[in-house]
Design a protein around this ligand. Structure first.
Ligand code: AMP
Ligand code: ZN
Length: 115
């Protein structure tokens, strides 16, 4: 899709990733700089920068994928909870301009703080 986009490169297999989930419209893989073990990014395969740019169908798939995998991610690392977040736009701290949902497993006393 977008030649210079690192997440499109992952979708297309041009750069490696540790995939944890994939369907027709969605991919999830481990964050390369995890905030906690199991830190996962869930992305639409289509290149769009921001949530409001998503096709409604892609948004539905994205959240359905999140719903399907969040408990599995938590279970895989023995975490009772997770912080789920989206940086939406450069000024919010979004570094990769391809929509992605952060799933960060959380545990009591991990000092991760809240958003
Ligand atoms: P954000 O600041 O919300 O745009 O977050 C971008 C995230 O993408 C960061 O947590 C990075 O560690 C992660 N990231 C960047 N490049 C890669 C990559 N090649 N594979 C996996 N995660 C990446
Ligand atoms: Zn992209």
């Amino acid at each position: 899709m977008a030649d210079s986009c690192v997440f499109c490169a992952i979708v297309e297999g041009r750069i490696p990733s540790h995939k944890v989930y994939e369907d027709e419209k969605t991919l999830a893989f481990l964050d390369i700089h995890p905030s906690a073990p199991g830190h996962t990014l869930v992305i639409p395969k289509a290149h769009v920068a921001r949530v409001e740019d998503l096709l409604e169908e892609d948004a539905r798939y994205l959240f359905a994928a999140l719903h399907r995998i969040v408990w599995r991610i938590q279970e895989a690392v023995g975490a009772p909870a997770s912080t789920i977040s989206i940086n939406n736009g450069r000024e919010s701290g979004q570094e990769v301009p391809h929509v992605h949902i952060h799933v960060i497993p959380r545990g009591k006393g991990d000092r991760g703080g809240i958003i």
